[in-house]
Design a protein around this ligand. Structure first.
Ligand SMILES: Cc1cc2nc3c(=O)[nH]c(=O)nc-3n(C[C@H](O)[C@H](O)[C@H](O)COP(=O)(O)OP(=O)(O)OC[C@H]3O[C@@H](n4cnc5c(N)ncnc54)[C@H](O)[C@@H]3O)c2cc1C
Length: 362
């Protein structure tokens, strides 16, 4: 059985390792644009210089799995074509290309490896008193702004978003704003309409008409899915995520499992807590098929959301299995430790294929 895994993030890596464990004679090839496994949940740390996001992919994959550096251009009938012109046949495929960012002109995206490296280099050139603007009031923007403020207290860090921490409960939202304030982050609830330049300075303009100078402007919104599925003619939802059946298989090609940020699974949030169980479940289903058994429907429930506020503070928001938030949250150093534990568990799960999750709401 020839299996191609496209994308070695959380979903693709756990899928490859879990399948290799369960079907040792499967011929598995993982295709990824970099020779590294990138922990996207640590890209803000990579930018601030407080952590490292890249681990050699070879050290993450089980013996016997082939890895190939490359970018898949199209998926055809049982065959993938890479941008370098090479092509590879498959009997089954895991599509695990994640999500990406479409940054506004004049900004640098934090959600891609290349953007994070550019942001890290830009940050190193800034002097005391310079302003950094982070666009995006979701968890990625909050984590990025607080990480930068903690690592570079000499800079003026601003976080701009039309709403801040909207996915959290009202109490948790207030606590996040207090944590940001403690770190010296200026929070601006508004929308950025343009990042232009005036007499050599970069100027951020807001919908309210306000504007300010920003030496480095970061785009911390993850919303877009790579165009591979569209180019390959796979059926997608309006966000460009691949439509799947209850077993996580593409609705127009049962040989293709779509997992992680790029899969359109009802109620699924863009996060590693979604990507890991989907990758694991799809691998389990392919193992069942290989053994002549029936695949099983996917079911997964959330327990909460965790975020860091610099290295010493954080917040864990409790949620119901359907991802609606509860009032309960914890914050402070214990939450920072818990968030670090969540990040480590996601990487551990990808590497070892040992990963447990709770079933979804009935
Ligand atoms: C700064 C930041 C902080 C975050 N914090 C959290 C957090 O605290 N908790 C949380 O749950 N989530 C967090 N997220 C979101 C989380 O990182 C993503 O939801 C998660 O990485 C999705 O996993 P994935 O495997 O679907 O995709 P990814 O991890 O994005 O992996 C996709 C892989 O596919 C590769 N790829 C793309 N196109 C192709 C192609 N054409 N051919 C071959 N390979 C391709 C990519 O290069 C990448 O290696 C954060 C994200 C960022 C940016």
């Amino acid at each position: 059985m020839r299996v191609v895994v496209v994308g070695a993030g959380y979903a693709g890596t756990i899928a490859a390792n879990r399948l290799a464990k369960k079907v040792p004679d499967a011929g598995i090839t993982v295709i990824n644009p970099r020779p590294d496994f990138v922990e996207r949940v640590r890209l803000h740390e990579q930018i601030a210089g407080t952590g490292q996001a890249a681990t050699p992919l070879a050290s993450m994959l089980r013996a016997g799995i082939t890895s190939r550096v490359g970018t898949v251009d199209t998926i055809g009938d049982g065959r993938v074509t890479l941008e370098d012109g090479a092509s590879l046949g498959f009997d089954y495929l895991f599509l695990a290309v994640g999500s990406t960012a479409v940054p506004m002109a004049g900004t640098v995206p934090v959600g891609t490896w290349e953007g994070a490296e550019q942001a890290r280099a830009g940050l190193a050139e800034l002097s005391a008193g310079d302003a950094v603007t982070v666009i995006g009031g979701g968890l990625t923007g909050i984590e990025t702004a607080s990480e930068l403020a903690g690592a570079r207290p000499d800079l003026h860090v601003r976080l701009v978003g039309s709403s801040i921490a909207a996915s959290l409960s009202p109490g948790a939202r207030q606590r996040v704003c207090a944590g940001l304030e403690r770190l010296g982050v200026e929070v601006v609830e508004d929308m950025v309409v343009e990042v232009g330049s005036r007499r050599g300075d970069r100027v951020v303009r807001l919908r309210s008409g306000a504007k300010f100078v920003s030496s480095l402007t970061l785009w911390a919104i993850l919303a877009s899915i790579p165009g591979l599925a569209a180019r390959s003619g796979l059926e997608m939802n309006s966000e460009g995520r691949v439509r799947v059946d209850e077993f996580l298989r593409s609705v127009n090609d049962a040989r293709i499992f779509a997992v992680g940020d790029c899969a359109a699974v009802s109620g699924a949030r863009l996060c590693c807590a979604t990507a890991s169980p989907q990758g694991a479940h799809a691998a389990d289903n392919l193992a069942r098929i290989a053994q002549g058994r029936k695949p099983e429907p996917y079911s997964m429930g959330y327990a909460g959301q965790a975020l860091s506020l610099g290295r010493k503070d954080g917040l864990v928001q409790a949620s119901r299995r359907d991802d609606t938030v509860r009032r309960l949250y914890i914050a402070g150093r214990a939450a920072a430790v818990a968030k670090e534990g969540v990040s480590r568990y996601a990487k551990y799960g990808a590497r070892t294929a040992n990963y447990a999750w709770i079933p979804g709401a009935k």
